[in-house]
Design a protein around this ligand. Structure first.
Ligand code: SF4
Length: 266
């Protein structure tokens, strides 16, 4: 059992969800493995409990005073077994397995072992990452995935710090490493009202990303799917009541990217 501050064993990972038949986390039909632990503290986080590495007790939402664990420990073999159940779908659709979180590089030894096992079976691998990881760990994991999906949450270091708890220097340095490595990289921007959703923000994102050679970005419009999770955890939610964004709301935002030669899509 992993506890806070304890070294995470290589072949045991703390997982809070394994989602099958995902169509939004890389190519084809995918299984997404959600790992606990994240060094960021995004105000809009839709998986708030995932930030903590330790197992949290969450209200079950049905019965008063009944709490359930939000995660449990899996062996690499156990996760591989679940992922292999859908191998025919991966082969048919060009899909595979995506590691997500949280930040999957927090449990980097487990992630490495899992990615190695999957790749040795010919399964396409991807990771969704904040890019906030020690450069050595980032480079190693980068070499173990077929696709790196890297978030850029704010173009401004101070605003990045304000809204996520950390500056953007490290994620951007790692993004540049990933782009230079020449593998498949997808840049994603969560578009959050009042944080980074203005047309000026779009222009600044372009000013940052275009010189790096980024030509496409996927936008993740703000949603409220996480709101209930804060209630069940009994935590305050900074974005309570903020209206969700939809693709139609981002037409001008996307056009501002297009003006700078970057294709932005939802
Ligand atoms: S990086 Fe993702 S998991 Fe971590 S706090 Fe931000 S939104 Fe939540």
């Amino acid at each position: 059992m992993i506890s806070k501050g304890e070294r995470v064993a290589e072949d045991v990972g703390r997982v809070f969800d394994i989602q099958k038949f995902s169509l939004h986390d890389g190519p084809g039909i995918r299984t997404v493995v959600f790992l606990k632990g994240c060094p960021l503290d995004c105000a809009w986080c839709s998986n708030p409990g995932s930030r903590k590495l330790q197992v949290l007790q969450v209200a079950d939402g049905v019965h008063p005073d009944v709490y359930v664990a939000d995660s449990r420990d899996f062996s690499v073999a156990e996760v591989v077994r679940v992922c292999l159940q859908d191998q025919p779908f991966y082969e048919e659709s060009g899909g595979g397995v995506t590691l997500s979180g949280g930040e999957a590089m927090v449990q980097h030894r487990f992630s490495s072992r899992l990615l190695g096992e999957l790749r040795s079976r010919g399964i396409h691998t991807a990771i969704e990452t904040t890019g906030y990881a020690a450069p050595g760990i980032f480079r190693r994991i980068l070499g173990e995935v077929d696709l790196a999906i890297i978030d850029v949450k704010h173009w401004d270091p101070d605003q990045h710090q304000r809204w996520t708890g950390v500056r953007n220097d490290l994620p951007l340095a790692n993004l540049e490493v990933a782009l230079a490595a020449g593998g498949d990289v997808l840049v994603r921007i969560p578009v959050i009202p009042g944080v980074n959703a203005s047309l000026d923000d779009a222009a600044e994102f372009c000013r940052l990303l275009a010189p790096m050679g980024v030509r496409d970005v996927q936008l993740l419009p703000f949603h409220q799917f996480g709101e209930r999770k804060y209630e069940l955890l009994g935590w305050d939610y900074a974005m309570a009541g903020v209206p969700a964004l939809y693709e139609a709301d981002l037409v001008d935002f996307m056009a501002a990217f297009a003006d700078q030669g970057i294709r932005a899509y939802v």
